[in-house]
Design a protein. Structure first.
Length: 139
């Protein structure tokens, strides 16, 4: 499985980037996680046949176990790539053609910076893969 995280940002906070890199490294035995930074989502491209989610703050965020099930179900349904688009809450009005068609993924009920959202998302991906592989980190 490949996971691509798209972020509209020139760069990420240095300290949070270290945390993101650590979770990506820990996840690497199970799947490939790539971070793509964009100056503008005008140039956003996604892979054909991938499942693409818009990460938003809101109720109904999945537990680690539920995210594990989501990833497994997507894999069973023929998806080899999952893509997450992270932006600030006002960008969906600037790029309606991009964001209107995306399924939402509620990561947390808290509004977080894009950098912190990426840390939490990569950590949750790592947790999901520890569950899939019977590693006890998630408890």
């Amino acid at each position: 499985m490949e996971i691509i995280i798209h972020i509209e940002s020139k760069k990420l906070d240095k300290n949070l980037q270290l945390a993101i890199n650590e979770y990506i490294k820990r996840t690497s035995p199970y799947c490939r996680v790539n971070i793509k930074l964009y100056k503008s989502f005008d140039k956003l491209t996604t892979k054909s046949g991938s499942k693409v989610f818009k990460v938003i703050a809101g109720d109904g965020s999945p537990t680690s176990e539920r995210l594990c099930q989501i990833i497994q179900n997507l894999n069973l349904n023929g998806f080899s790539c999952i893509e997450f688009v992270i932006t600030d809450c006002n960008k969906d009005t600037i790029y309606p053609a991009i964001f209107d068609s995306l399924e939402t993924f509620n990561l947390s009920s808290f509004s977080m910076s894009m950098d912190l959202t990426t840390v939490v998302l990569t950590e949750q991906i790592y947790r999901a893969y520890t569950i899939m592989n019977n590693i006890t980190y998630h408890k």
